[in-house]
Unconditional design. Sequence first.
Length: 163
Amino acid sequence: MGRHYDRARWLWVLAALPPALFVLFFLVLTVLADPQHDDFCFSYRFVEQGLISIRGFYGEVGGRIVPYGLIDVPAAISQATGISLLSAYSLTMATGAVAFLAGCMAAVARAWSRIRGLPSIFLGLVFAAAVLGASTSVRDLLYWLPGVACYVPPRDRLHPDFG
């Protein structure tokens, strides 16, 4: 019984290796993530006006509050810690990439709650690799803050009483 269990365990580890390396490649690349023009504009606005600047944008541009809040996180980290904006941006993106992987693992664990251990890890890695592989823009998915956040309908379209 023990020898068969060890063999099956090694097979799961070997099967999980390709998707794990594929996902790890993208996680390592978050170190090279760099802000785009929107990120710099919002970072400057954050330094000048603080987080309250989002409130005006919420009404003006259409209610996409999550990306506007998320886009200020690197500037807030940079200002609070004294590290460069680029380092804070990479740190934020690495955190988002790890959260993405954890979300994939949690989704698999919830969808197949009877599967535990190495098979569950294998399925979670395969799911994350499939999402990355099928993504039309991995940059938007993992390396650009507004692409990471979900976009919601504009404020005035959420409910008729909002207008």
